[in-house]
Design a binder for this molecule. Structure first.
Ligand code: PA5
Length: 426
């Protein structure tokens, strides 16, 4: 399902020489004894998830799809990025009518302009909201939720508001859990042992994804298939671990920046999701590879110069979706005033792939920028599930190889401390 090229000259250490370390860490992941083992619930979640809750997601998603024009998804970080990545990758960016309701993300910013503009935009629309927070106390999310909750209560009255607000949070405790229980909202549970950035395969991601009309059975099948395929420590058979090792080998050469590259604009948020997964998991105690991203060929016209010619600290992880969701044949033009007839009859996907091949060669051969190529079948929900699980296993292995805990994010607390002091929070 996923192919990774590892037979490159730039991998100047033998991947197989890491097999011993990988064997040990694989056992620690599977036995749930690895560093941060309280948060290894995602590993076998595809076997353990609550099937009744999964059925309820599908039922509630159908209700939402019938009863609102705008579905607000209120959350930040892991409580936001996965759903958005999936919806944009699978449905595309302009499927508003086809994939109704329109999904708008909020609670991921303090921006007054953004928040007020969303409030204005939804003023005369039928609205429902899904507030998502594992801790139940994240300030960006709580602030936005109060504003949108009051908007909904004012518009529909308290009783109807109860049917229009869904809370996804801890199963037994926390401010949001208490609020949702008191108000009588429909609740979904974020499992204790799955951290935010691994939660797209739980109700955190699945409910908004189902509301977008996406097949979540296929998505979970993708996760299950990946779980089965990666159930081996053998580096010649497990591309997720081979990718983790290749990253470490490249960093040993001074490649401290990894650019996640795709050639499809609807995967830009997938890159944002990946950046969070790797950035929050790996950037610890002065270690880690800095995760960056580019959507080519778009960003070749902004970042291409640096990648080709700048400081040699970059390697690229190129995720190639083999089959496009849509394609267009470039037309002939009798006048050919734009001199573009040389492409007449060719498909846009072919053009995109030629741009990819040309860039790959330019960066690797002339630019000395190594590329790890990850080939994925398509941008379907099954492939999305498979791909996110691939990266889960890869990031866990990568970070454990650095002897760090992949599942915490202590560094994020520092800005909060200062912000709360300035905001006068007791
Ligand atoms: O990966 C993580 O744990 C974080 O990015 C969280 O998802 C993010 O901070 C949001 O937290 P919460 O769901 O508690 O509001």
């Amino acid at each position: 399902m996923i192919k990774l090229n590892t037979d490159h000259a730039f991998l100047n250490e033998d991947i197989a020489s890491y097999q011993g370390q990988v064997n040990e860490l694989h056992d620690a992941i599977m036995n749930k004894t690895a560093k941060g083992n309280d948060f290894l619930g995602w590993v076998d979640w595809c076997n353990n998830y609550d099937k009744d809750e999964f059925a309820r997601i599908k039922k509630d998603a159908a209700y939402v799809r019938e009863n609102c024009e705008v579905y607000l998804v209120c959350g930040i970080g892991g409580s936001y990025l996965g759903a958005r990545a999936a919806i944009e990758m699978i449905n595309g960016l302009y499927g508003k009518d086809k994939y109704k309701p329109e999904i708008i993300f909020c609670g991921n910013t303090f921006s007054s302009t953004y928040t007020k503009q969303v409030l204005d935009y939804i003023a005369d629309k039928e609205v429902m909201i899904n507030v998502i927070s594992k801790s139940g106390t994240t300030t960006e999310t709580s602030l936005a939720f109060r504003l949108f909750k009051q908007f909904i209560e004012k518009k529909y009255g308290k009783d109807e508001a109860k049917k229009r607000i869904i809370a996804t949070t801890d199963g037994t405790k926390g401010t949001l859990f208490d609020l949702a229980t008191k108000e009588g909202y429909t609740k979904y549970v974020i499992p204790n042992d799955i951290g935010g950035r691994f939660s797209v395969i739980t109700p955190v991601g699945l409910l908004p994804i189902a509301v977008a009309g996406i097949d979540i059975d296929a998505l979970m099948q993708g996760v299950t298939d990946a779980f089965n395929d990666f159930d081996t420590a053998d580096l010649s058979k497990n591309p997720a671990y081979a990718y983790a090792v290749a990253r470490r080998i490249l960093q040993n050469q001074g490649k401290n920046v990894e650019m996640f590259i795709t050639y499809d604009l609807q995967t830009t948020m997938l890159a944002e999701w990946w950046k969070q997964l790797f950035g929050e998991s790996e950037g610890k105690n002065g270690k880690g590879i800095f995760p960056a991203a580019g959507t080519f060929s778009t960003d070749l016209h902004s970042m291409g110069q640096f990648v080709q010619d700048g400081l040699k600290i970059v390697f690229e992880t190129l995720v190639l979706f083999k089959n496009p969701t849509e394609d267009v044949i470039f037309p002939e033009d009798a006048d050919n005033l734009d001199n573009m007839n040389y492409l007449a009859g060719k498909s846009l996907d072919w053009v995109n792939k030629m741009a990819m091949q040309g860039t790959l060669e330019a960066h690797e051969v002339e630019g000395n920028v190594p590329n790890l190529l990850i080939e994925v079948e398509d941008m379907s929900s099954h492939s999305f599930g498979y791909l996110v699980y691939f990266f889960f296993r890869a990031v866990a292995m990568s970070v454990l190889m650095l002897d760090e805990n992949p599942f915490d994010q202590p560094g994020v607390e520092v800005y909060k401390k200062n912000m709360f002091r300035l905001l006068g929070k007791k």
